[in-house]
Design a protein around this ligand. Structure first.
Ligand code: AMP
Ligand code: MG
Length: 409
């Protein structure tokens, strides 16, 4: 039996190297930047107004005060948008909107609320500071400035900043292409009435969803029967086209665990028993350049194995350095009796109150029952050496995605 930590190190060391790909900025959400982004243009491009008001020459308003008003002639109207260059002569005030370029000669903007306008005359009763409410060229950033460092995950704001800076294409890590193949004679599609012995193939859509959640491209490879020839044919067909093949089922001790029989013969493939619960039997290997990961068939085991190993491998292969979920410490609200010397990942529900995390184990037990995963928003991480963990003990856990609010609430 292999220790959990040793197996995790083993598989992570074999994660694919991220491949660069040039993409349009608009389609880069969730991708990891492999090359830093520099501004192609400065922002703003020219002097612009930061307010709706009047563009003036600062010099013209010298001495303006409550009892010493200054009156300028109202001329023109500038709104944001492409406009011909205008000139402001001494004694004039130019009506201007937020974002519009300042007319040549103007250096200051006075807010509309601060003036009185009568009969094409604008009356000022205060002296603004020079350059007030004016955005200067390059004030946000200069051309060539380093805006986003490589290694950054592209969010909405990074996309916006790239576009502001005149950047159209960026270099990101290519999405890995991940095939999902279910195995088992008992599996049938969702629309069928079940006959005796049949089971809906729930793992395949579930694992496809997990792959999509990680940001990789999920490829549905269907179901293959428990037949070595058929399985081998399916695997051969996909080796050259995928970065990673995930099979589901057939890796445990049963007589018909064909995944194990077929792939176990390939050099570079390891069938392992990992000192963990759930998901003890798993398989991992390289078929040429393709990673093959054999997830266990029980739904809870498949999900936990994906979360612990496949998710970090895929994230690493798409350039991420932090591939593990952040761990929290919480107060256990129900005692736990641990019966094995294994690293256990217990389905749990965690919540925060007054700045403290609380966490309780959720059921039902058994790795074939997905209802426990539906009740859970976290995985409790119980060390190998732990046996009795009393109520009130501090325990480590990782949050999974928050469950959506129940319908009708
Ligand atoms: P196996 O590891 O193939 O022996 O599968 C273990 C258990 O998981 C069996 O009860 C299978 O019926 C079930 N199982 C395997 N694959 C799937 C699947 N794709 N969807 C739902 N249940 C499955
Ligand atoms: Mg099976």
């Amino acid at each position: 039996m292999k220790s959990y930590d040793a197996f995790l190190r083993y598989v992570l060391a074999r994660a694919p190297k991220p491949c660069p790909q040039r993409v349009a900025v608009e389609s880069a959400l969730g991708r990891l930047l492999l090359d830093s982004v520099r501004a192609q243009v400065r922002d703003p491009a020219e002097l612009r107004s930061a307010m709706d008001g009047y563009a003036v020459r600062h010099r013209d308003l010298k001495g303006a005060g409550k009892d010493t008003p200054v009156t300028l002639a109202a001329v023109g109207l500038s709104q944001a948008g492409p406009v011909p260059e205008k000139h402001l002569l001494p004694g004039q005030a130019h009506r201007i909107m937020t974002g519009a370029p300042l007319p040549a000669g103007a250096d200051t903007v006075v807010q509309i609320e601060r003036v009185r306008v009568t009969n094409r005359r604008v009356i000022f009763r205060a002296q603004p500071s020079r350059g007030a409410f004016v955005r200067r060229p390059g004030e946000n950033f200069r051309k060539g400035a380093l805006l986003i460092k490589r290694g950054t995950l592209m969010r909405a704001q990074e996309i916006g900043l790239c576009i502001t800076a005149g950047v159209r294409h960026i270099e990101v890590a290519r999405r890995l292409k991940v095939g999902v193949l279910a195995t088992g004679n008992e599996l049938v599609g969702p629309a069928r009435r079940l006959r005796r012995g049949e089971v809906y193939d729930s793992n395949r859509p579930m694992v496809l969803a997990l792959v999509a959640e990680v940001g990789a491209t999920a490829v549905d490879l269907g179901v293959v029967q428990d037949d070595p020839t058929l399985l081998l044919r399916a695997v051969r067909r996909w080796t050259k086209q995928l970065d990673c093949l995930l099979t589901i089922g057939g890796v445990s001790m049963g007589d018909f665990d064909v995944v194990k029989q077929v792939l176990g013969d390939f050099p570079g493939v390891r069938l392992v028993k990992i000192a963990m619960k759930p998901a003890k039997p798993q398989a991992f290997g390289l078929l040429g350049d393709m990673i093959w990961y054999g997830l266990p068939g029980n739904p809870v085991s498949a999900m936990v194995a994906f979360d612990r190993f496949v998710r970090p491998i895929l994230l690493r292969g798409m350039g991420r350095r932090a591939v593990h979920r952040p761990q929290h410490t919480g107060v256990l609200t129900t005692g736990i009796r641990k019966s094995t010397p294994l690293r256990e990942f217990a389905r749990a529900y965690a919540w925060q109150k007054g700045g403290t995390w609380y966490v309780r184990k959720v059921g039902p037990e058994g790795s074939s029952n997905l209802r426990s995963m539906v009740n859970a928003n976290a995985l409790l991480i119980l060390p190998e050496t732990a046996r009795r963990i009393p109520r009130g003990a501090r325990v480590r856990f990782e949050l999974q995605a928050e469950p959506p609010a129940p319908l009708g609430s």
